[in-house]
Design a protein around this ligand. Structure first.
Ligand code: MG
Length: 162
């Protein structure tokens, strides 16, 4: 019997001028944003992939190809909401989510409470089940040089019905 399922999510986006920086559905004040087809919310993309991975249903691109014009500059909430719907449809509930955002700048800590609240709302779960942490890359590599950000996350699902 498959009681528990886990999934990993990973996403990377490059910083770009004239874009808003959106992480976990929250706009973070910064002089750059992230480039991407949608609003480039790497945190939401990573969590979406963790949920889809736990269900073994592919990844975000399986459902929302970046060649599709209707998702241009779209809010990534659409992707996460869809993954959450699939979790439910497959008889699972979210046990917990843990995500690590790797970025050199800006400092994310002041925004983490609102990000967790927003993500929990979208996932229809309690804030205590949604962990978001930030760390730097100690100046090394593309993240360290401030070229972009990286997000790694994990989701645990548990079966509530067949
Ligand atoms: Mg992405």
């Amino acid at each position: 019997m498959n009681i528990f399922r886990t999934g990993i999510g990973y996403d990377v986006h490059k910083f770009a001028e004239n874009r808003k920086l959106i992480l976990g559905g929250i706009e973070i004040p910064f002089d750059k944003g992230l480039s991407g087809h949608s609003d480039a919310d790497a945190l939401m993309h990573s969590i979406t992939d963790a949920l889809l991975g736990a269900l073994a249903l592919g990844n975000i691109g399986t459902f929302f190809p970046d060649s599709d014009e209707q998702f241009k500059d779209a809010s990534s909430e659409i992707f996460l909401r869809h993954a959450v719907k699939l979790v439910k449809q497959n008889g699972f509930e979210i046990g917990n989510i843990d995500a690590t955002v790797v970025l050199e700048k800006p400092k994310l800590n002041p925004f983490i409470p609102s990000i967790r609240k927003k993500l929990a709302e979208i996932m229809k779960t309690e804030v205590s089940r949604v962990s978001v942490k930030a760390t730097t890359s100690e100046g090394m590599g593309f993240v360290g040089e401030g070229e972009g950000i990286k997000v790694i996350s994990i989701a645990l699902l548990f079966k509530v019905r067949e």
